[in-house]
Write a protein that binds this ligand. Structure first.
Ligand SMILES: Cc1cc2nc3c(=O)[nH]c(=O)nc-3n(C[C@H](O)[C@H](O)[C@H](O)COP(=O)(O)O)c2cc1C
Length: 379
């Protein structure tokens, strides 16, 4: 029975070949940050307020131009086509069904135009700045034309993390080991849904710019990695600000000082994130700076957060400390891999119910009623 994120994870592990499961589940180096991301929530416990009328509850919120039924967005994740064919479509439709936002990765399997066709829900675009600035500005223009309501620039992956759990399945970069290939052969459901009918997935947004010999799967991934621009700085953000007139958010901020620079560069908000523990190991959890960041930037700057959110109670703790919304990552990938669109939609619905129940138990009718005094720091 699928009760919670742990059962989703177990199901995904059973269905996916080890090399795909490790790609989704793994973190950088010794995975210390990956572990911290989940344990950090225990540092705060709730102090609920009783004897309050909580019969009418409303979780809706507004982030820039985007109205959400609950303060949740699907985090941008690349290469979802490895989980199953059309995983991106399933996730964007599940988000729309549940009235939450969806952020499409630069390296999604489906293109911007394909997702625009299948969903009328709130879609944002996550941008990686590539060395070729013409490609970067073309992606921004395409996001605008495809009706994306906001641009999220990820700044924490100019150099990819050292994901050893992932690497263990390759005999050399991009070449799977014999063990990994044999293991894949023993995952017939995944083969039937993913590889056999459709071949290795590609990168829908990048296809127009990729040289012919790098169009598919691993080759495209290697080419993309070589195109990440390591020279980007705060001036680059000002350049992007000029190209994109809608709400602009910066993802991958983990210090108060950078948060203030983001505000000065013209961003409308940030996503506090350590990329789910996949980049710098031993990086701080964004939960540990959230309250300080909120104090530093004031009430109106939009603060989103991700990395390790697995329960409604985790989300409510972040909202109480000053977040406006939370991005959901791996739990939705486990869901789509194991049960497609229906399970992704059910998982989002479960998160919404968990947030709603937590609010009621805390004596709150909306997220605006939450405040830091409802949390006691225990360590
Ligand atoms: C498989 C996978 C692929 C990801 N790809 C991207 C990406 O393309 N762009 C990006 O900004 N973040 C990417 N992320 C990071 C997520 O947006 C998010 O920050 C992270 O998943 C949050 O951690 P959590 O999943 O443990 O909650 C990826 C994460 C995973 C697990």
């Amino acid at each position: 029975m699928i009760l919670n994120w742990q059962s989703l994870r177990r199901e995904a592990k059973r269905i996916l070949p080890a090399f795909v499961f490790s790609y989704v589940d793994g973190g950088a180096d010794d995975e210390k940050t990956l572990a911290l991301n989940q344990s950090v929530f225990d540092r705060w416990q709730f102090a609920p307020s009783v004897l309050k009328d909580v019969s009418q509850r409303d979780l809706s919120c507004q982030i820039g131009d985007t109205k959400l039924r609950a303060p949740l967005l699907v985090a941008p994740t690349g290469y979802n086509g490895m989980l199953r064919h059309q995983a991106d479509m399933m996730l964007v439709r599940a988000a729309a069904q549940q009235g939450i936002g969806h952020i499409q990765s630069t390296v999604s399997t489906a293109s911007l135009e394909q997702l625009a066709e299948v969903s009328s829900g709130a879609r944002w675009f996550q941008l990686y700045v590539l060395q070729d600035r013409r490609v970067t500005s073309d992606l921004i223009q395409r996001a605008q034309q495809a009706g994306c309501e906001a641009l999220v620039v990820s700044v924490d992956a100019v150099h990819f993390g050292n994901r050893e759990r992932d690497k263990a399945h390759y005999r050399r970069p991009m070449k799977l080991s014999l063990n990994a290939l044999c293991d894949a052969a023993f995952h017939p459901r995944w083969l039937a849904r993913t590889l056999i009918p459709h071949g290795m997935p590609g990168f829908g947004n990048l296809t127009p710019y990729l040289p012919a010999e790098y169009q598919q799967g691993m080759g495209a991934a290697a080419y993309f990695a070589s195109q990440m621009d390591q020279t980007i700085n705060w001036q680059t953000l000002k350049w992007i600000r000029e190209l994109w007139s809608g709400p602009l958010y910066i993802k991958g901020i983990t210090t108060v000082a950078d948060e203030i620079k983001a505000q000065q560069a013209g961003a409308d908000g940030v996503v506090l994130s350590n990329h789910g523990g996949r980049q710098l190991d031993s990086c701080i959890s964004p939960m540990l700076i959230l309250a300080d960041v909120r104090r530093a930037v004031g009430r109106h700057f939009k603060l989103m957060i991700d990395s390790g959110f697995r329960r409604g109670t985790d989300i409510v703790k972040a909202l109480a400390l000053g977040a406006d919304a939370v991005l959901l990552g791996r739990p939705l990938l486990y869901a789509v891999a194991s049960g497609g669109e229906e399970r992704a939609s059910q998982t989002i619905s479960n998160f919404i119910q968990e947030i709603d129940r937590t609010l009621a138990q805390l004596g709150c009718c909306s997220t605006a009623d939450l405040h830091a005094d409802m949390l006691i720091a225990v360590q």
